[in-house]
Design a protein around this ligand. Structure first.
Ligand SMILES: Nc1ncnc2c1ncn2[C@@H]1O[C@H](COP(=O)(O)OP(=O)(O)OP(=O)(O)O)[C@@H](O)[C@H]1O
Ligand SMILES: [Zn+2]
Ligand SMILES: [Zn+2]
Length: 802
């Protein structure tokens, strides 16, 4: 007897364990651990993952596996274990963890079909629906307004049967190829025999005399300038044949990649890469933090580390933030490693993603470059994992399972005994602190390539502009600088921060922002009751009429969109040829690449955009970078606001003067004195680190303390408040005295989609029982969650505090 332990696609707490199924004799040997199967579950059929195969079961009446859905396992033994770990760490369901590791198309699609077991005895209306067929889909039954009661009755009578079918959504792309069906001399003879009018047929046959191999039908039609009917005629005569071939969708087709060779490393690159090479050779699981300023040549260090790994016959995973996964970035990897590279990012269609994943699964590639989920690439012999821009928050998944790719990378690094390299010009404070404590191996690259200087940064005080009577969003200094560059036929990058919400209130006269005295977080303005609230603790005060600092009445919200900036810019600079990049202009497929191309080819002279343009771009002709409104980010209700501002300013500034032409950066702000702006303008990460660490220590934030954020939402506000209060109480009672529980407090965005949102936050140093306590709390609310539309989300080490 063979028994399969199966985790089923029924995402509930009660089903969050494996179920035993009998492997029918004909499937023994075919079914392997890590494959998807279809199994009966109650009256239905569902998809499931085989997580183990054993010889017997403690249950006696086992149901049989209905179908095998894969030819080879989609999850390796390592990934099965990893999924288990992932689910437990993030308090998610096993099925959620496994599905998060696979491309979307491998999720099951469920179909219901109705089979008629008799015709004669069916009522007329059903007969009409079946219309002579024995099987129709349930969808069709619904669409054509079938009578449900009648169907039910016939089911009971045993006249019809319902089938549940589990399908994969995967699709294989097929393309028609044409090739000769006869020896070439016979084709030659056939040409002689063709009638005079059959010019096109002659052309096609002659094509095969010249190129005796199969050719894609489309290409053939183009080459011979003919239509399918010509080919059909030749196929009919038995001269040609058509075959269907499975092909990969290629999102990068029609692009030739010139191969590049490794560059001779600079001294600082050499020093940085040696320890990584050593860890690769010795197969050591070690975490490196590569701290290198923008333009220091981190990417070349990645490339040459990967090369070492490939020489050993091993594989490499490279994570790049979604936003930086630009054609430019992909190109650098494809140029170096050619066909060995698969690319995984969200702009690909589900089919394209599946094809890229298949190349990895079949070991047709050795390097994957991708966004967060590429960390689960099903390689079995990983030699290095690289996370570029490791401080980026997009590495954290913001839905279940709420994992951080860095933690998954470390886990896989231990399994494969290979180095993990975290790279950044502005490492996350937590990472740098770990490196300082020798938990990570710190590698520093403080200089730009070829000793180019960092572009000088000038800070423009927008309060002074206001005093001087300039009420527009462009300072005189910035406007003058733009005009100057355009006159010299150079290019400008303008950055507008839009990630902020316009919920903080600032005095335009003196730049003062009201903060919570307990949390050092900007207070959030609540329009409905004119209150300013702290969303970490419970502090609140009424909205003031005038600035407490300078008594001015110029106190207002903050926030402008890119489109408004574009319009304003066109008015003041008629010469401007602007490329605007934001979520609106890049939604369409390929838009991203097209817009950048327009800027690259100098068809446009100003690139205006949001976060999207802050990373990874490398344009020779850009000599000026302008930052329009940095304050929105600085005043987010987030304890990382200063850090994020520092990171962003450093990244944006890094876009200027990367090549021959010297660059310059202008930052407009109302908070000139803020340390993160001042230190970013001096490129002083070390000082920023020290100062920010001090703040974190005083206010009990990471890396001195860990955070857990619990979010509750429900359509009824009273209900949300009551539940959140109860959760806080339970936490207070069961956690140690060293833990602090903040809240309950309304979330910064208190209502989304007619659901009220409240939260509480745990600050702690060491709470070994935390997971278990929270699990119990979730169990306690299980009924409410299942039946009463209550949602409770738990986020360990949260990055999104909205
Ligand atoms: N060893 C080298 N010899 C010559 N040129 C190099 C070398 N290493 C890197 N470069 C070039 O220097 C420039 C900056 O390098 P790269 O883009 O790798 O820096 P980076 O640290 O990744 O920058 P960022 O963090 O801004 O993305 C690139 O144009 C790159 O081709
Ligand atoms: Zn003021
Ligand atoms: Zn507070």
């Amino acid at each position: 007897m063979q028994v399969a332990k199966v985790v089923v696609d029924v995402p509930t707490n009660q089903t969050n364990h494996s179920f035993d199924y009998l492997v029918p004799p004909e499937m023994v040997g075919l079914i392997k651990k890590g494959m998807r199967v279809s199994v009966p579950f109650g009256p239905r059929k569902v998809m499931g993952f085989v997580v183990n195969l054993v010889a017997e079961s403690e249950f006696d009446k086992l149901r049989k596996i209905s179908q095998v859905m894969d030819m080879t396992p989609v999850l390796t033994d390592e990934l099965l274990e990893l999924g288990k770990w992932l689910a437990e760490e993030t308090i998610s369901l096993y099925i959620q963890a496994y599905q998060a590791m696979l491309p979307q198309v491998l999720k099951a699609k469920y179909k219901k079909e109705i089979e008629a077991l008799t015709f004669e005895e069916l009522p007329k209306s059903l007969q009409k629906l079946f219309d002579g067929r024995t099987v129709i889909s349930f969808d069709e039954f619904l669409q054509r307004n079938g009578n449900y009661r009648e169907l039910h009755k016939e089911m009971k009578n045993g006249h019809v049967q319902i089938h549940y079918i589990v399908q994969s959504k995967e699709t294989i792309k097929k393309v028609s190829f044409i090739e000769p069906n006869k020896e070439l001399y016979l084709i030659e003879e056939a040409i002689q025999d063709l009638s005079k009018n059959a010019q096109k047929q002659r052309l096609v046959l002659e094509y095969f005399l010249k190129n005796n191999e199969s050719v894609e039908q489309g290409d053939l039609l183009r080459a011979c300038e003919t239509t399918t009917s010509t080919i059909q005629a030749l196929i009919k005569k038995g001269l040609l044949k058509k075959i269907e071939k499975k092909v990969y969708r290629n999102p990068y087709q029609n692009r030739e990649f010139k191969r590049t060779k490794p560059l001779p490393l600079s001294d600082q690159q050499q020093v940085a890469i040696e320890p990584i090479w050593k860890a690769i050779e010795k197969e050591q699981s070690e975490v490196f933090l590569l701290h290198g300023v923008t333009g220091s040549g981190k990417t070349e260090v990645y490339l040459q580390s990967i090369e070492k790994v490939l020489q050993k016959g091993q594989e490499a995973i490279v994570l790049v933030p979604e936003i930086a996964l630009t054609p430019q970035m992909v190109q650098r990897f494809k140029e170096r490693f050619g066909g060995e590279v698969a690319v995984l990012h969200s702009a690909l269609s589900p089919g394209e993603k599946f094809d890229e994943w298949t190349k990895i699964h079949k070991r047709e590639v050795k390097v994957v470059v991708g966004a967060r989920s590429a960390i689960f690439a099903p390689f079995e012999n990983i030699g290095i994992i690289i996370i570029d821009e490791e401080h980026e928050t997009s590495y954290k998944q913001e839905e279940q399972p709420r994992y951080h790719a860095r933690e998954v990378a470390k886990q896989r690094g231990i399994y494969h005994q290979c180095p993990v390299v975290l790279g950044s010009a502005t490492p996350l404070l937590e990472s740098y602190a770990r490196a300082k404590k020798n938990v990570y191996h710190l590698l520093e690259m403080p200089d730009r390539m070829n000793n180019q200087v960092m572009p000088p940064v000038e800070i423009v005080d927008m309060r002074e502009e206001l005093h001087a009577g300039n009420r527009t969003m462009f300072s005189k200094r910035l406007l003058g600088a733009i005009e100057e560059r355009l006159a010299k036929k150079e290019q400008v990058v303008l950055f507008l921060n839009r990630r902020g919400y316009s919920t903080f209130v600032m005095c335009r006269e003196c730049g003062d922002v009201v903060k919570c005295p307990h949390c050092d977080i900007a207070l959030t303005y609540h329009k409905s009751n004119h209150l300013l609230k702290c969303h970490y603790c419970d502090y609140q005060i009424p909205m003031m009429q005038e600035c407490e600092n300078c008594q001015s009445d110029q106190i207002r919200y903050f926030g402008t969109g890119t489109q408004k900036v574009e319009e304003a810019l066109m008015q003041v600079i008629p010469d401007a040829k602007i490329v605007r990049m934001d979520v609106d202009t890049t939604r369409r497929k390929g838009a991203h690449e097209r817009l950048l191309q327009k800027f690259q080819s100098k068809e446009a002279n100003i690139l205006l955009g949001t976060q999207m343009i802050a990373k990874g771009l490398d344009f020779e002709n850009v000599t000026l970078v302008g930052v329009l409104a940095v304050d929105a980010m600085l005043n987010l209700p987030d304890f990382r606001a200063s850090e994020k501002t520092f990171q962003l300013l450093t990244q944006v500034s890094g876009r200027a003067g990367r090549h021959q032409l010297p660059g310059e950066v202008i930052i407009q702000t109302y908070s000139k004195e803020h340390y993160s702006i001042e230190l970013a303008s001096q490129y002083n990460y070390t000082q920023f680190f020290l100062q920010e660490m001090n703040m974190r220590k005083n206010f009990h934030y990471p890396p001195y303390y860990f955070l857990t954020l619990i979010n509750v939402s429900h359509p009824n506000q009273l209900k949300v408040m009551e539940v959140t209060k109860m959760i806080s109480k339970l936490l207070y009672k069961h956690l140690t005295n060293d833990a602090t529980i903040l809240g309950p407090t309304p979330s910064p965005i208190i209502r989304i989609n007619n659901r009220y949102r409240y939260q509480c936050m745990i600050k702690y140093k060491n709470e070994p029982m935390q997971h278990e306590i929270i699990r119990k709390i979730l169990d306690y609310y299980y009924e409410d969650i299942q039946k009463n539309d209550l949602t409770i989300t738990v986020d360990f080490e949260p990055y999104q505090l909205m």
